[in-house]
Design a protein around this ligand. Sequence first.
Ligand SMILES: Nc1nc2c(c(=O)[nH]1)N[C@H]1C(S)=C(S)[C@@H](COP(=O)(O)O)O[C@H]1N2
Ligand SMILES: [Mo]
Length: 423
Amino acid sequence: MRRLMFEARAQLASPVRNPRMATVVGRLLALAFLICFGTGLYSHFLQEPLPWMRFPTRPAGLYQFTQGTHILAGIACFPLLFAKLYVVFPQLFQYPPVKSFANFLERASIALFVGASLVEITIGLLNTYQWYPFPFPFRQVHFALSFVIIGSLLVHIGVKLPLIARHWRAAPAPAPEERHPVDTRSVPVIAATPTETSSDGLPRTGGITGRVLSYIDATPALPARTSRRGFLATVALGVTAVVGLTAGQTVAPLDGLNVFGPRKKGVGQQGVPVNRTSAQAKVGTAALATDWVLTVAHGSTERSFSRAELAALPQTAVDLPIACVEGWSQMASWRGVRLRDLVDQVGASPESDFRMISLEQRGGFKQTEMGREYVRDPLTLVALELNGEILDLEHGYPARLIAPGRPGVLQTKWLSRIEAIDA
Ligand SMILES: Nc1nc2c(c(=O)[nH]1)N[C@H]1C(S)=C(S)[C@@H](COP(=O)(O)O)O[C@H]1N2
Ligand SMILES: [Mo]
C-alpha cells in the first residue's frame, strides 16, 4: 500500500505541485474568502441588524460596492480553489492516511474546508442566477457555511503556519527538509566538512556534517520555471476571465464585457432590471386600484395619502442605485417625497425606526424594517417617478422606497403602509 501510494505521488509530481505554489495560490484564496466573509457579514447585518446596530448611509453606493465585491471575489474563488486543489492533489495519496494528531486535525479541516467551500461558492453562484435546485434555504445555509469555512481555514492556516512562513517569499534553493515530499527531481550535492577544528587544524571530534552545496535537477530548471509561470498565468487568466466577464453587471464601464452576468445594465422597464415582477408578487390588481392610499402611522396617529396627494407634496430628485444582493446594480434617477417629511407629518421622533409594508401578501420581502439613520437621510424617498417617468408597475407603482447604501431587497416596492416600530 505504501508503495502504491508513493508511486501515485511520483506519477503526479509536477514542478507546480510544491509548497511554494500552494502558498502563493493559498493566500490569494484566503484573501478572496476573507473579502467574501467581511462583505457577506455586512450584507447580513444590514438585512438582520442587531438592536444596537447603526449603519453609514453614505457613500450612497456603499452597498453597491461591498456587494459587487462580494460576488466578484466569490466568482474569483472558482479558479483559485481549483488551482489550489490541483497543486495539492498528490497529498491525497499520503500513507499512512493519518500520521499524528496534528496531521489528523489538518486533514479533517481541509476536508471540511474543501467540501464547505465548494457548496458555498456553487450555491452562491446559482443564487446570482436565482436558481435554487437544492432542497434547503439559500440564505441560512450560505451564512452558516461561511463560519464553517472561516473556522476550518483558521485551523488549516494554524497547522500550516511554519510551512506558509517558509514559503511566503520565493526561495532560490530550498533546504532539503523543506522540499515537497513528491518533488523527487532534485538531488542535493552534499559536501563533507569537519564539524570543528582545533587550533592545530585537525578535526577535534572527528565528525563531519553534510552541507548542501547545490542541487542537481533531474529535469532542466528552465522548463520547470516555465511551467510554473505558465500555471500562474493560467490561473490569472482564469480569474480575469470569470471576474472581467461578469463585473459589468455592477461596474458600469465594464458593461460591454458583461457576458456571464445574469443581469444587463439598462435592460428592463425604464432602463432598470426588474427583480420580482408584479405578477410574481401578485400585486397587479391592488397596485392599480384607484382607491390606493399610502398609510403612514406613528403609534395611534395615522394619515393616509392618495397618489395625487403624495404628488402634491414637495418633490425631491435623487440619483441612487438599486444594488441587489445577487451582485447586479444599476444607477437610476428617482423623484418623490422625502420619507422624513412624510413621517414627520404623523409626529415621528428622530429616534423612530420604521416598518415598510408592501401590498404583497406573501414573499420574503413583503415587509422590511428601516433604521432611523436611513429614515432621516435626505436622500431617502418614497419614490413616485423613475428616470423621468411615472414609476412602472414592475418597479413598484404607485410608490416604492429608495434609500442610499441599502441592499435592493430592502427597497420595498408597491408600498401600502409605513409604520413606526415600538411607538
Ligand atoms: N415588495 C417587494 N419589494 C421588493 C422586492 C420584492 O420581492 N417585493 N424585491 C426587492 C429586490 S430583491 C430588489 S433587488 C429590488 C429590485 O427593484 P427593481 O425591480 O425595481 O429593480 O426590489 C426590491 N423590492
Ligand atoms: Mo435583490
